[in-house]
Structures are given as C-alpha cells and as structure tokens.
Design a protein around this ligand. Sequence first.
Ligand code: SF4
Ligand code: SF4
Length: 367
Amino acid sequence: MLYRSLGKTGLKVSVIGFGAIKLPEITVDDAVKLLNKALDLGINFIDTARNYRDSETKIGIALKSRRDEFYIATKTHSRDADGAYKDIERSLKELQTDYIDLYQLHTVSSKEAYKKVMSSNGALQALKRARQKGLIGHIGITIHRDLDVMRWAIESGEFETIMLAYNPLDPEGVEREGILKLAKEYGMGIIIMKPLSGGQLVLPETEMGKQVGNDRLVRLCLRYIISKDFVSTVIPGMKRIAELEENVGVADMPPLTKEEKDELFRLIGSLGKSFRYGQICLRCGYCLPCPQGIPIPDVFRAYDAYIGYPEEVKEVGLKIYESLKVKPSACIECRQCVTKCPAGIDIPARLKEAYKVLEEALRRRKA
Ligand code: SF4
Ligand code: SF4
C-alpha cells in the first residue's frame, strides 16, 4: 500500500481509502469481515457520513478494538451549529470512539448552503468547538459542482481537507478549472470521491455476474486517479471482499503508460452511454486537432454543463462557452474528427446543437 500526506493535517493516509457509503447494503457480519480485511490489507482511512444510514454503526461494531489502526472521517449535513454539534455527538457514539480524526461539512454545493454553514451560527462553528474540545482532529468540506463555492472554501483557510468528485472524465471540471491545483497550493488534503462516477464507469452486472472488461476498466480508472500528485486518497465505495482486494492491488501498480491511457478512454467510450450530468463526450481530445481550430471537447464541456447541471449552475456552462476563441459555427463538416471519437459522437451535428442552445441562452441572458 502506498501512503500519502493528507495535506497539512499530519495524517499519512493510504492512497486507496475505504468509502463506506455501501455498508448499509450488507449485513453486520459481512461488514465486520470486510472492514477488518480492509485494515489487514493496509487501508488506514475510512470515510463515512451521518446520513449513510447504519454505516457508522457498522464501523463502530467492526473496528472498535482496532481504533488505533485507522483514521476515521465522517460528515454532517446539518447547516446550523446546534444540528452539527448533535451530529458529532451521535457520530462518536455510533462509531464507538472518543475521537474522530476528520469531520466534514457534507455536500455544501450551493452558495446558499455555503453562506449558512459559514455564518456566525453555522455548522462550521460547531466543528471548531468540537476541535477545541478534542472531540475531532481536523475539519474538512465536501462540495459538488459549484466551482465558485469550491474556490471560496479553499481560500477561506477554514478547511484542512476538501472532498471532490473526480475521475478520468473530470465531470465537474475540478481539474480543468484549476480547483485541484488551487487546493494543493493551499496545502489541503484532497480526497477523491466518485472515482467511477457513482458506478457509471462500469457495465452493469448481468445475471451471469460481472461483465468481462469491468475489472480492467476499474483498475485503469483508479490508477489514472492516483497517478495525479494532487490526490491524497481516493475512496471507492466497497461492499465485497473481491472488489476490496482488487482496489487495494492498484495501489502498488506503476503509473499508466500512454497506451494504457488510450485503452482506458476507449473502454469508457465503449460503454456507449451518457454520464453524470448528461455528459456524453469523454474529453479525451482524440478528435483534435480540428482544421478549423474548434476546441471540440471544450464546446461539449460547456454544452454538457449547460444542459445537465441544475438551474443555479448553468452559468458555469455559459462562462466556458463565452471564453472559447473559436465557436462551433466554424465547423465545415469535413468529418475527419468523427472517425477518431471513441464515444461515437456525430461531432458536427452535436456542435450545431450546442451552438444553437448556447447562443440562444446568451441572447436570453442579455435580454
Ligand atoms: S467536422 Fe467540424 S469539428 Fe470536425 S474536424 Fe471538421 S471542421 Fe473540425
Ligand atoms: S468528441 Fe469524442 S474524441 Fe472528442 S473529446 Fe469528446 S469523446 Fe473524445
């Protein structure tokens, strides 16, 4: 197992952590076996949350006698101080411990939520109080989609870790938009969630069991993620010993070669489905260069963000679109990009669609 610093917390965490979101799907006996096996294999970072149903309880039962062998991270979804403090007390009880290494504010994914947790009576105050009392060691935050909130949280200096969704498709743009780089510059521990896009980057199981090729895809995805130096730990959700062993095995493998990276994107392309937030383009860049200079993946990034994101985040898509030096209307339909696309996208047709929708949105915004 490989261990990395969790930012400036002083904790050295296994690069493959244990995502405990799926523990409610298995029995207590199976959870006990799985969690003990995880520690035996070198995992020393377990991430759960107050609202992962009985996940904390199962961790408490399974690992009470091995508390000094791992770091525990959990989260509160409460936005106010009273609620958050009650959650901390509840977590301590369920986890059967007197100390939580990392407590995080959970899914602070809108400006409104961020303002609430940061207010004088907000949840952050409860976490600070608990830290002062020695009930928790460090404070973190988890955020989806809203890149502005991510920047604010990083620059506030209040959080020692940030948990973000990231995988080879970078569906929320956290690598492309410099969020991960910024967090690293601020010395934060970076925890990666949704390494398989919440299960979308694998083929569904059939009646015969796992699909051929899935293991390879999962391994390549995880290796792609841990090869990034900004990553402290990645926390795939696990519920079976076999997937635990497979995930842990990745930690000792070398970084991806160029051929393996190509294979990874082709495998993802072969899934033939749209991904989180309606993302169809894999952002692999194989369609480039376009003779007209159209930044094809960036056009689709803007379009996917605009059509797939909730209303309050659509502006992200429009801002990306406005920043493009060459707009999709420059396409001359030579179609040389189409044969290179592993996702099989009819690129000129989708560019036209993107142009129509985004230009219309800009017109509406000006009006
Ligand atoms: S079809 Fe359009 S987008 Fe594709 S290479 Fe030709 S000009 Fe560029
Ligand atoms: S359009 Fe196709 S080739 Fe181009 S970045 Fe997207 S998935 Fe890759």
